[in-house]
Ligand binder design. Structure first.
Ligand code: COA
Length: 259
C-alpha cells in the first residue's frame, strides 16, 4: 500500500481505512490532504478485495475541521471554479465501494461535506457537525448546500447553514444527518456490525444499488425507475445472482465472486 503525508491508509479484511491525519490542526483539509485522498480513493477503487472504505480522523478529537482556512484566505475567485473539493467529493459519492464516515469530534465545513458525500455516517456522542462557512464570509462549496438539504430536508439545512449551528451526535441522528449514533465505547462494535453486513454482499450489487440511488435521486421518478430496471437487468446476468439465489435455496451462505 502507498504511504502518504497527510492521510494514513491501511487495509483489513475487505475494508480500506482512510484516516485524515493532521491532528494538530484538527485534521483541516489542505491541498496535500485533498490530493492524497484522491490518490488513496483511486487505490481503493482499483483493489478488488476492497468492498468498504471508511473515512475517519486521527486523534479522536476531530473528523475534519474543514478546509484549511490559511490556504482558503489566499484563494482567488476563479480558483473556486476548478473541480477542487467539490469534484473530489463527487468522486467519493460515485465510488463503486460502500463508503462510511466515522465522525468523532468536529466535522465542520469541508469535513462535514466529506461525511455528507459518504453513503453512511456514524457519529459518537462527542461528534459536532456543522457548516459554519458563513462565519468566514463564504458559503459551503463542496456540495454542502445540496447534499445537506437532500439528506435532512431544506428546513434543517437552512437552519444549520444560516445560523452556523453545530449539531451534536444525538441531534444529528434525530434529524437524519447521521444514520448511527453510538457512545464511544461501542463505536468499534457498531462499525463491525455495519461492515460485516456489507461485506457479505456481492460487489456488483453494491455498486449498482449505489448508482441507482445516487443517479436516480434527482431524476424524474420514471427515469429513475428505469435506471433501477436496467441495473437489475445487469445483475440478473451475473454469476453472483445465481450464487445468491442458489445459496438461499440450498440454505448456505453465498460466496460472491464479483462477476
Ligand atoms: N483550517 C486551518 N487551521 C485550523 C482549522 C482550519 N479549518 N481548524 C482548526 N485549525 C487550527 C487552529 O488554527 C489551531 O492552530 P494553532 O494551534 O496553530 O493556533 C489548531 O487547529 C487548533 O484549533 P483550536 O481552535 O485551538 O482548537 P479547538 O479545539 O479550541 O477548536 C474548532 C476546534 C474546530 C472548533 C476550531 O478550530 C474551529 O472553529 N475551526 C474552524 C472551523 C471552520 O470554520 N471550518 C470551516 C472552514 S471552511
Amino acid at each position: 500500500m502507498s504511504t502518504y503525508q497527510n492521510v494514513d491508509v491501511h487495509k483489513e479484511e475487505g475494508i480500506f481505512w482512510l484516516t485524515l491525519n493532521r491532528p494538530d490542526v484538527r485534521n483541516a483539509l489542505d491541498q496535500t490532504m485533498l490530493t492524497e485522498i484522491g490518490q488513496a480513493l483511486n487505490e481503493a477503487e482499483s483493489d478488488s478485495d476492497v468492498k468498504v472504505i471508511i473515512f475517519k480522523g486521527a486523534g479522536g478529537r476531530s473528523f475534519a475541521a474543514g478546509a484549511d482556512i490559511k490556504q482558503l484566505s489566499e484563494r482567488e475567485p476563479l480558483e473556486a471554479l476548478v473541480p477542487g473539493m467539490q469534484g473530489l467529493y463527487k468522486k467519493i459519492e460515485e465510488c463503486s465501494k460502500a463508503t462510511i464516515a466515522v465522525v468523532e469530534g468536529y466535522a465542520l465545513g469541508g469535513g462535514c461535506e466529506l461525511a455528507l458525500a459518504c453513503d453512511i455516517r456514524v457519529a459518537t456522542e462527542n461528534a459536532k457537525l456543522g457548516l459554519p462557512e458563513l462565519n468566514l464570509g463564504i458559503i459551503p462549496g463542496a456540495g454542502g448546500t445540496q447534499r445537506l438539504s437532500r439528506i435532512v430536508g431544506k428546513g434543517h439545512a437552512l437552519d444549520m447553514i444560516l445560523t452556523g449551528k453545530i449539531v451534536k451526535g444525538e441531534e444529528a441522528n434525530r434529524i437524519g444527518l447521521v444514520q448511527y449514533y453510538v457512545v464511544e465505547e461501542e463505536l468499534d462494535e457498531q462499525i463491525d456490525n455495519i461492515t460485516k453486513n456489507i461485506l457479505k454482499k456481492g460487489p456488483v450489487a453494491i455498486k449498482l444499488a449505489k448508482q441507482a440511488v445516487h443517479h436516480g435521486y434527482d431524476l424524474s421518478s420514471d427515469a429513475a425507475m428505469w435506471i433501477e430496471k436496467l441495473s437489475q437487468a445487469v445483475v440478473f446476468g451475473t454469476e453472483d445472482k445465481q450464487e445468491g439465489t442458489s445459496a438461499f435455496l440450498e440454505k448456505r451462505e453465498p460466496e460472491f465472486k464479483n462477476r
